[in-house]
Ligand binder design. Structure first.
Ligand code: HEM
Length: 430
């Protein structure tokens, strides 16, 4: 990709929604300028019209890989539990549904993380493997005779959602509801997903409480009748570290669907777009799928960087990269920029499926909050591309993707694609 540096460093305003609607080449150009000239720029926060959240004082924008590693490694200085990991402090009523694990510090964080890790052990993931394969084949079977579809809604979205619901033991009949409510929560601010911008908080809280309600019903069922799913194991007080209570379970579920759904879906969508834009890379992967898969998946995560930023808050006065910071200052880790840092990645704007080393921070930096679902996401991406490249080998994107206008999720809302129609695989069990 050729980046375009049309903004001077002083013109860059990461708080301006219009910045996030700019073409990607310009966005990448702006981050390259910041890394070179103002790697820890202070950005003022903007008032968000109609939102009953007070406008915050501003934040330090970390754009270099090294500074993001440093802050991730030191949660005692750069914590997650004050205000939120979003730039705006969340109103307290949000914390009920959205204030899970990701917005906690030790010791509470460590305790909760040990409990939820029960769902992500190698054994638990091995158990999900058959679900991932079966679901990926069923997704292709549903579109293969049509010869065209929306890549996002029909191919990329159903897998991560289905798998999270499988993990938790949620019945298929509720999957569509979970999908729609998650979109509402993460699409906040994007005009397409908001019928009523003045009531953004109410809409998000409504969606969160519907998800929480579903989980409460599930919890009741599983308490009476435990099954072989994560919900049952999170409620099992006999295991080390004890059980989650109902409210914790609901808030964990909201975090899981929000954290695991759109992220994986967008990695798959951006990955497909990149394979179409770089046909040489695609040919190489098709020629040696298994051999290239480990590095290819990491490069797809680096390239797509589905989570653009997370925030930390300084617990005391400190200094980072020569910049003095005060206790209470907000620090925003721009993963999208760290993943293009020319000091760490050779030709960072090149999509290279064989890239080694590839120390990207797409799943967060090294530290206590490193993505819990990283191995699951890697697995889903691998299986999905295996199926797409082998069963829809000439799939092409037929119109420019409709991008999500967000400074938080690097998302694609719609992306039409076409391929030579084929036949459903009668051997795949639905
Ligand atoms: C390509 C897909 C994914 C990406 C890019 C991604 C990215 C991230 C990032 C950047 C964080 C760090 C948050 C921080 O440091 O504050 C995170 C945390 C987390 N992710 Fe993921 N994620 C993905 C998939 C998943 C999946 C599939 C799940 C679960 C099903 C998941 C569950 C979580 C959870 C629970 C946390 C919070 C961990 C904690 O605070 O201890 N993620 N993810």
């Amino acid at each position: 990709m050729e980046i375009s540096k049309i903004l001077s460093v002083d013109e860059i305003d990461l708080s301006d929604p219009a910045f996030w609607a700019r073409p990607l080449e310009e966005r990448e150009g702006a981050f390259a300028m910041l890394r070179a000239e103002k790697p820890i720029a202070f950005m003022k926060e903007r008032e968000i019209p109609d939102l009953p959240i007070p406008t915050g004082p501003g934040y330090w924008s970390l754009t270099r890989h090294a500074d993001i590693l440093e802050t991730s490694r030191h949660p005692e200085i750069y914590c997650s539990g004050k205000g939120a990991t979003s730039i705006a402090d969340l109103p307290p009523e949000f914390n009920e549904f959205f204030g899970g694990l990701i917005n906690m510090d030790d010791p509470r964080h460590g305790h909760q993380r040990r409990i939820v890790s029960r769902g992500f052990t190698p054994r638990a993931l091995a158990k999900l493997e058959a679900d991932v394969q079966r679901r990926a084949d069923a997704i292709i079977d549903r579109v293969i005779e049509r010869g065209e579809c929306d890549f996002v809604a029909d191919i990329a979205a159903p897998l991560p959602l289905g798998i999270i619901c499988d993990m938790m033991g949620i019945p298929e009949s509720q999957h569509q509801m979970v999908f729609e409510r998650t979109n509402t929560i993460l699409g906040l601010g994007d005009p397409d997903f908001m019928d009523d911008p003045a009531n953004m908080i109410g809409i998000a809280l409504g969606a969160g409480s519907e998800l929480a309600e579903l989980m409460n019903e599930m919890a009741e069922l599983r308490r009476k009748n435990p099954g072989d799913d994560l919900t049952s194991s999170l409620l099992n007080a006999d295991l080390e570290d004890g059980a989650m209570d109902g409210a914790e379970l609901a808030s964990f579920f909201v975090l899981l669907v929000v954290a695991g759904n759109e992220t994986t879906r967008n990695a798959i969508s951006h990955g497909m777009k990149a394979l179409c834009d770089y046909p040489d890379q695609r040919r190489k992967w098709v020629a040696d799928f298994e051999g290239l898969a480990p590095t290819a998946i990491e490069e797809i995560i680096r390239w797509s960087t589905p989570v653009i930023h997370m925030r930390r808050t300084c617990t005391r006065d400190t200094e980072l990269g020569g910049q003095a910071m005060k206790e209470g200052d907000k620090v925003v880790l721009f993963y999208c920029s760290a993943n293009r840092d020319e000091k760490v990645f050779a030709d960072p704007h090149q999509f290279d499926l064989a890239r080694t080393p590839n120390e990207h921070v797409g799943f967060g930096g090294p530290g206590p909050h490193f993505c819990l679902g990283a191995n699951l996401a890697r697995r889903e991406i691998r299986v999905m591309f295996d199926r797409i490249l082998h069963r829809l080998p000439d799939l092409e994107i037929t119109a420019p993707p409709a991008r999500l206008e967000s400074n938080f999720i690097h998302g694609i809302k719609r992306m039409p694609c076409a391929f030579t129609p084929g036949r459903p695989d009668s051997s795949s069990k639905k």
